[in-house]
Write a protein that binds this ligand. Sequence first.
Ligand code: P6P
Length: 339
Amino acid sequence: MLSKRKGITVSRQIMDDQQMHPDATGELTGLLNDLVVAGKIISAEVNMAGLADILGQSGRTNIQGEDVQKLDVFANQTIKRRMEQCGHVCVMASEEDDDIIPVLDGYEGNYTIAFDPLDGSSNIDVNVSIGTIFSIHRRVSASGQGDEGDLLQKGSRQVAAGYIIYGSSTVMVYTTGNGVHGFTLDPSVGEFFLSHPDIKIPETSLYYSVNEAYAHHWFDSTRNYIEYLKTGGGDRKPYSLRYIGSLVADFHRNLVKGGVFLYTRDKTSDEKSEGKLRLLYEAAPLAMIVEQAGGRAITDDGRNILEIEPRGLHQRVPLIIGSKGDVDLAEKFLRGEMG
Ligand code: P6P
């Protein structure tokens, strides 16, 4: 039982995970360990950012049309550099890059990685937690450099998913399909040590996480659900709102304490006709984690996030994710069974 062991490093756990897959070749282990190194490098830079001149804008904008912060650029380059030469990846996708990213010739491997290098980056210079999110699939093409088809696989086919949250401490949370484990970085020795063994998200909660500024644009089912949570009644206590505006921070709080996060479609504009968050490297990896921890992840029209066939690298998707009881209740509202 994981929680009985002490001083377990993330690298030790990744090796142990490999033992649970008899046909494992060690490639996924190598990939994840290289990702751990990237996380340590980014953590050091994020924590230095307040001192170095790395804060502030890089003057570029990304595919999302957002100002790219220097730390974004650094995090993106750090992960790409490690993954392109680790020998376990055949193709990559990043929130910061419009197109697929090749690996070095001769270093093609059997996995793909899609990642958001530094989600929540608009919060960088106000010291709010930000994070790296990653999603790993086995390739479907035969060999050599991978292609978009290797990346456009539904979330239920992920072999691993995780995030690294850079906050008051740096915590790496990941799953390879055998539960969810969290590790906290001890910067004095440069190791991630087990801190959250076998994470299970509470079945119900008293917290909802949504940007209420958009309430007047929500569809009725979303509005009625949120009102129901807020008002309480009978034996139901009213919920409290917790919204940081940094997906990894909001998700991590809900994973540990319980809660439901929503970023749904609204009636404002075409660009939010499918919500704001991205399927490949935000919704799908977090959905794998939350389901492994006993929670649920659906769209606001009732689809299971992990069963959505991706159409494009940067496809947006509405997201309702968190405690099973809270998401089950949301499903009743969007089916018109309540509200
Ligand atoms: P809004 C950060 O820019 C981000 O992509 C997520 O981390 C966060 O959940 C969301 O956008 C916040 O968006 O519209 O509430 O500011």
